[in-house]
Design a protein around this ligand. Structure first.
Ligand code: P6P
Length: 385
């Protein structure tokens, strides 16, 4: 039962989630989580918009801080990751989180970085009822921040309660349950089970969304019954509903890919984009190109204006660049809930079970007619996936 956003004048995201939890008592914990994420997004919005005033632009530790992706970490990558981890952990509803900035999923009950969440007896409190797994990219497109180009936070929430994952006390001498064993005795069978709780397909997501830090600050959310987009009203410090029940246009006239990689794309994609450019596609319209190099901004525009966004496989990156668990799958959930499609080329992204936390996947998503048309080029070629 998801009350229509418009039923409540003066509603905010907080009030909307409150009404949902009231109508669906089983979602009380999810309400807590979304509340913590929106608070984190407000904090990140402040950090990003004031970055040049406070001087937190540039690279972490003056450069040289490399994340698990092998990318140089921006100061804001580190800060925003901590903001989200703290926000999620203090809900007491988290079991495990996975982040672009963390080498392996982190057991938030033991995470050294933010202290132990425990009761007065010092025992880790594991909220069996509402334990969730959160996956997120705390500041996607962070390389754009120094130039003031839009960035975003992407998040997905899985329900972990069904997983065979009991988080015991951290073994003596080990940092956490999931990092590759430093000492042999840190190997622990339990991490495979808890890892499984993290490596779930997009079709198992119970919620996903993004925050977009741009000319406005947006909070997009799906709980599996449509997409609602809220806009931060700085006058009241609340996200207010501005795009209820988002429906991606059936077709757009925009394609959004990094054409610098064009020569590395496979033949079906090159032919498809050339036909769009020449007005030789199904619509007969000549498409235009829009690409800001920040997935959240490009997907947001695609949701509202239609067309197709992609970071496809190419000869340099067999699986493209975007990560399945915390970028492609949460965005695919949103796009599908808005009536769009999200494929790797031929395969539905939501069906893919991640084999590792940072696994990359080709992404082509957007208006249903555009994505279906693109797929016909792959169907016509054998051997492309
Ligand atoms: P390129 C940002 O680094 C990001 O992960 C996405 O936000 C964005 O869509 C993509 O990479 C841009 O990559 O290679 O086109 O700069």
């Amino acid at each position: 039962v998801f009350p229509e956003v418009c039923e409540y004048t003066g509603i905010t995201l907080t009030r909307y989630m409150c009404e949902i939890a009231r109508a669906n008592p089983g979602l009380n914990d999810l309400e807590t989580l979304i509340s913590s994420i929106q608070t984190a997004c407000k904090t990140i919005n402040s950090l990003v918009t004031r970055a040049h005033i406070t001087g937190i632009v540039g690279y972490a530790d003056g450069g040289g801080s490399i994340n698990v992706q092998g990318e140089e970490q921006k100061t804001l990558d580190v800060l925003t990751n901590d903001v989200l981890k703290r926000a999620l952990r203090f809900t007491g509803k988290m079991g495990v989180i996975a982040s672009e900035e963390e080498e392996a999923p982190v057991d938030v009950l033991e995470d050294e970085g933010v202290g132990q969440y425990s009761d007065e007896a010092g025992d880790a409190i594991i909220d069996e009822a509402g334990r969730y797994t959160a996956v997120f990219d705390p500041l996607d497109g962070s390389s754009n921040v120094d130039a003031g180009i839009p960035t975003g936070t992407i998040f997905g929430i899985f329900d972990m309660s069904a997983a065979e994952c009991v988080l015991p006390e951290v073994q003596e001498g080990c940092d956490d349950l999931y990092s590759p064993a430093v000492e042999d005795d840190c190997e622990g069978a339990v991490s495979e089970e808890c890892m499984a709780a993290t490596l779930q397909p997009g079709s198992s997501l119970v919620a996903s969304g993004y925050c977009l830090y741009s000319s406005s600050t947006f909070f997009a959310l799906t709980l599996g019954a449509g997409v609602q987009i809220f806009t931060l009203d700085p006058h009241i410090g609340e996200f207010v509903p501005t795009h209820p029940n988002v429906a991606v246009p059936q077709r757009g006239a925009i394609y959004s890919l990094n054409e610098a990689n064009r020569k590395a794309w496979d033949a079906p994609l090159r032919t498809y984009i050339e036909d769009l450019q020449d007005g030789n596609g199904e619509s007969g319209e000549r498409y235009t190109a829009r690409y800001i190099g920040s997935m959240v901004g490009d997907v947001h525009r695609t949701l509202l204006y239609g067309g197709i966004f992609g970071y496809p496989a190419d000869s340099k990156n067999a699986n493209g660049k975007l990560r399945l668990l915390y970028e492609a799958a949460p965005m695919a959930f949103l796009v599908e809930q808005a009536g769009g499609l999200a494929l790797t080329g031929k395969t539905r992204i939501m069906d893919l079970v991640p084999q590792s936390v940072h696994q990359r996947v080709p992404v082509l998503l957007g208006s249903p007619d555009d994505v279906r048309e693109m797929r016909k080029y792959y169907d016509a070629f054998t051997g492309s996936k």
